[in-house]
Design a protein around this ligand. Sequence first.
Ligand code: MN
Length: 204
Amino acid sequence: MTIYLHKHDLPDGIIFTDGVAVDTETLGLSLTRDPLCLVQLSAGDGDAHLVQLDRAKYNCPNLKALLGDPGIQKIFHFARFDVAMVQQYLGVTMTPVYCTKIASKLVRTYTDRHGLKDLTRELIGKDMSKQQQSSDWGADELSQAQQAYAASDVLYLHQLRDKLNVMLTREGRMELAQSCFDFLPVRVALDLAGWAETDIFAHA
Ligand code: MN
């Protein structure tokens, strides 16, 4: 496994043929208050690319082109947050998307543990450390521990997608999952427009 740290943008020439695993790190969980600091990517080949963003300008044409490419599937764990953050700070609408958390909720109905750590342990047999989750992602220099943590969040998403797809197909829920993924841009638009806490389908 190699972790590549890029300043401000992705270099030319990195190819993602089987979709790109994407995660983001921010200064907090508020879509309007907390800036996007880091975007992590993996082609599913065991390597990770970390792009440390220039928060003054967010000038990153290669990264924006990749994330906005409708021919490349973007794979997330809890896509709702990352898609909203990227929309808010990079102005890019990411489609098509795959969310391992939604897939897990639709098919692993025998548990209520749908966190990335639990999912990775059960389906891949790997233990992830979550120690650096709430560290300072706005720092100019990211520590080795931060880089390793940030990378680990994208390294297994392809494998998780493939395993979850087998389970979704087995249970006849693949189409339902796909419909949820296709709806994500609408859910994100509602979040950004002020309906984040509201279930618009609920009666009350
Ligand atoms: Mn993360």
